[in-house]
Ligand binder design. Structure first.
Ligand code: 13P
Length: 229
């Protein structure tokens, strides 16, 4: 079971250090935090496993604002998210560029969590399966690849996919690519148990609730308890 905290554009170096010093990663579950680039070093100094939130496909070059896998590895970062829906919505990320990022990062030696998920109107139109197929199919098969199913309508909205909806999407993704699949979208201490108990839910990618030590700890403890049972 893997629980990853995506901090998005929250927590500068000082807040990151304070969080990581206070956060006890529970035994029996793999825990990762994904701080903004500016705070990666502080998070790593506390011994936690740290992923970036994005990574470029080139080693170096004229790509203002981007960071390469080699640079992250030099810093000691273990992995990266790619293809998050906020990158797709606001920064022009496509299925193709997300796959390039994943492929190159894996090749360089990072672990990758590749994010996929349908928009609300796509679900309403019955297109969820087609969207997931389109997003998952360009991803490379790799032992260090994990997919996160994050229905876009459930991100930061308090609307969570039902455990049955998550299970159905995860089973589809796994039929396309045999990798662990995390659920993301309004995961909280109150709903983590029923989501993580689904047979094809291998962990969670947590946004808002990962910013608070108490709620992130509670989610990690739930995952550890389920892993033991
Ligand atoms: P929330 O948990 O805040 O809905 O965010 C989910 C997410 O986008 C994680 O990557």
């Amino acid at each position: 079971m893997l629980i990853a905290g995506n901090w998005k554009m929250f927590k500068g170096p000082a807040e990151t250090l304070a969080f990581c010093r206070e956060f006890p990663p529970p035994d029996g579950v793999d825990v990762v935090v994904c701080p903004p680039y500016a705070s990666l070093r502080e998070a790593m100094a506390t011994g936690l496993t740290v992923y970036a939130q994005n990574v470029h496909w080139e080693r170096e070059g004229a790509f203002t604002g981007e960071v390469s896998a080699e640079m992250l590895l030099e810093l000691g970062v273990a992995g990266s998210l790619v293809g998050h829906s906020e990158r797709r919505q606001h920064f022009g990320e496509t299925d193709e560029t997300a796959a390039w990022r994943a492929e190159r990062a894996l090749e360089a030696g990072l672990a990758v969590i590749a994010c996929v998920g349908e928009l609300e109107n796509e679900r309403e139109r019955g297109e969820t399966e087609a969207v997931l197929r389109r997003q998952v199919s360009p991803l490379p098969r790799h032992e260090r690849l994990v997919v996160a199913y994050e229905p876009v309508w459930a991100i930061g909205t308090g609307k969570t996919a039902t455990p049955a909806m998550a299970q159905e999407a995860h089973a589809l993704i796994k039929s396309l690519l045999a990798v662990p699949v995390l659920y993301g979208g309004s995961v909280k201490p109150e709903n983590a148990g029923e989501l993580l108990a689904q047979p094809d839910v291998d962990g969670a990618l947590v946004g808002g609730a990962s910013l608070d030590v108490e709620s992130f700890t509670a989610i990690c403890q739930t995952a550890a308890r389920l892993s033991r049972s």
